[in-house]
Ligand binder design. Structure first.
Ligand SMILES: [Mg+2]
Length: 325
């Protein structure tokens, strides 16, 4: 069961990214008229169907690092550098998109700075480039601190270190913590027989993470930025009130909203993609949560069949599951 959830979390994220890649940056009005209904070819980055992007490349690099080492941030950054310069961890050997803060951080690492000091911490470093690659860390945390890691302050240090190698602003660290604690609560609910409604699991995760962040002076000013998702009725907001930009708060909101308002894996993913804007990242994050909650069997087989380098991805996930579970 745990392996099924791990596979669904990772494949659900990568597939969400792939569904979004052809329409990344597309305005919502155009997607409202011609909504995405599955995997498409070409579009924004002119890639074949099933092509995944930076979100998945950086997640896969993290997975390989976690499989071979124990929280070795310089090793993670070495792999990010190989992705940027040599096109490793990509479908076709080229890195075709990267965020500004991420590129700057990797360049600092290339210049000799230690990984944990590479991430920018300016207000302008609050894009979603750390959040988009967080899902693998969930399994590292459960292995280290158990399934209730959300009540252990040490687990947040690990999350924040994984984030800070590219994005070190406290708002960004907090967004990553909120996402992983929610994902963990969904996984626990699933393992307990899926008795919980997803809204209850999300609320429970938010409460645990909020308790930590509100008791930590470094984050007290940041909580206000997440006020909307702390509202019980957040998932019921109308679509027009959900922004889908690459700002980490907007991205976290949009992915949670898509997950909460969707009916199954495909619906959660398509709801996210059709918000437009940073569609691939939002769908990757929504797809990861939906994968956990609805399970591997809920992911459409005809989508999975079209995923580029699917066999290699399966091998990487298999080795990761063997190490983590
Ligand atoms: Mg992307």
């Amino acid at each position: 069961m745990e392996k099924n959830i791990l596979q669904a979390a990772i494949l659900g994220s990568i597939l969400g990214d792939s569904v979004g890649v052809p329409v990344e940056f597309m305005p919502r009005e155009r997607l409202t008229k011609q909504p995405v209904t599955g995997l498409r070819s070409f579009g924004t980055h002119n890639q074949p169907a099933g092509t995944w992007s930076d979100d998945s490349s950086m997640s896969l690099a993290t997975i390989v690092s976690l499989t071979e080492h124990d929280d070795d941030f310089n090793d993670v950054m070495t792999r990010f550098l190989a992705w940027l310069r040599q096109g490793e961890y990509t479908p076709f050997g080229i890195c075709f998109d990267i965020g500004i803060s991420t590129e700057r951080a990797i360049s600092r690492f290339e210049g000799g700075l230690t990984a944990l000091r590479c991430g920018g911490s300016a207000e302008s470093d609050n894009g979603n480039g750390a959040l988009m690659r967080m899902m693998p860390v969930l399994f590292d945390l459960r292995k280290k601190f158990g399934d209730n890691f959300a009540t252990d302050p040490q687990s947040y240090d690990v999350i924040h270190n994984f984030a800070r190698i590219t994005h070190a602003h406290p708002r960004n660290l907090m967004a990553c913590g909120l996402y992983l604690v929610i994902a963990n609560e969904l996984m626990t609910a699933k393992l307990n027989g899926g008795k919980h409604f997803k809204g209850a699991a999300v609320a429970s995760g938010l409460k645990k993470a909020r308790d930590y962040y509100q008791s930590n002076p470094a984050f007290q000013q940041e909580s206000a930025y997440f006020a909307r998702i702390f509202n019980t009725y957040f998932g019921m907001l109308p679509r027009k009130e959900i922004k889908s930009s690459g700002y980490v708060v907007d991205t976290l909101e949009a992915s949670l909203w898509s997950f909460l308002s969707g009916r199954n894996y495909a619906d959660c993913t398509l709801k996210a993609v059709n918000l437009g804007g940073d569609a691939d990242t939002i769908a990757s994050l929504s797809g990861g949560l939906a994968g956990i909650y609805y399970g591997l069997e809920s992911i459409p087989a005809e989508w999975l069949d079209q995923l580029q380098k699917k066999e290699w991805i399966d091998t990487v996930i298999e080795a990761f599951a063997t190490k983590m579970l």
